[in-house]
Design a protein around this ligand. Structure first.
Ligand code: ARG
Length: 244
């Protein structure tokens, strides 16, 4: 009996070790795949710039990337609580977020822009006063919209839903990142335009737990390599054409 227990225990231990080992070989990326061209669904797959950058980072580190798709406002929390290793979701570096997590080196510059229906009287950020503005919940667009005098903010789970509401005339404008804005406006070229003057300029980076400084170093080293080798540009150019 003792012998059998011993064998069972050894088998269990080997299984546990194997489980730990495989986890260690994974790099879990938290994202919200509602943000083309950075992360979006293509059939059953999640693809985009962030996905490819993180795959390349994982490869540099000898690990396999695992993608966890979730609500945008859960991405940073999941990194903070250790459920995910990386938060990669077109995340803008902000002072407030830096209180809770670390950010890697920046890998892209971006802007918050304003989408309006053609013929709108909104021609600059100042014209947003008193308007009904749609944003994706928890994004920098949401945070900045709060400072607009007398504006009504409508918060949606997906940027796409804000654009739908704009098309239906339920809101007057959408504040969203420039690249997804281009994608949504291209889908509705006769009805939507992007206001020339941007709302803000920002930097995207990868979120990493404050506890995990080794991972921060590894990710930064990988990003540096990807920049130097031209691989980062290659990924970006695959999704964003230079002429738009
Ligand atoms: N850059 C904005 C922010 O960090 C929006 C990012 C939205 N990303 C997404 N995957 N839905 O708040």
């Amino acid at each position: 009996m003792k012998k059998i227990l011993g064998i069972v225990t050894s088998i269990l231990m080997v299984m546990m070790l194997a489980a730990c080992g495989s986890n260690k070989n994974e790099l879990v990326m938290a994202t919200n795949a509602e943000f083309p061209p950075y992360e979006y669904h293509e059939g059953d797959a999640i693809v985009g710039i962030d996905v490819e950058i993180c795959k390349a980072i994982a490869e540099e580190m000898g690990k396999t990337l695992v993608i966890e798709d979730m609500q945008f406002d859960s991405v940073i929390t999941s990194v903070q609580t250790g459920k995910a290793d990386l938060g990669a979701a077109g995340l803008t570096v902000t002072e407030d977020r830096l209180k809770n997590i670390n950010f890697s080196e920046s890998y892209a510059t971006a802007a918050q822009v304003i989408i309006v229906p053609t013929g709108s009287d909104i021609a600059s950020p100042d014209d947003l006063e008193g308007k009904r503005i749609g944003v994706q919940l928890g994004t920098t667009g949401d945070i900045y919209a709060e400072d607009i005098a007398d504006a009504t903010i409508e918060r949606y789970n997906k940027g796409f839903e804000a654009v739908q509401a704009l098309l239906q005339g339920k809101i007057d404008a959408v504040i969203i990142d420039n690249e997804p804005a281009k994608v949504y406006v291209e889908q509705n070229p006769d009805t939507l335009i992007i206001v020339d003057e941007a709302f803000t300029y920002e930097e995207y980076a990868i979120a990493i737990s404050k506890e995990n400084t080794q991972l921060l170093d590894d990710v930064n080293a990988a990003i540096k390599k990807l920049k130097e080798s031209g691989k980062l540009d290659e990924i970006v150019n695959k999704y964003i054409s230079a002429d738009n």
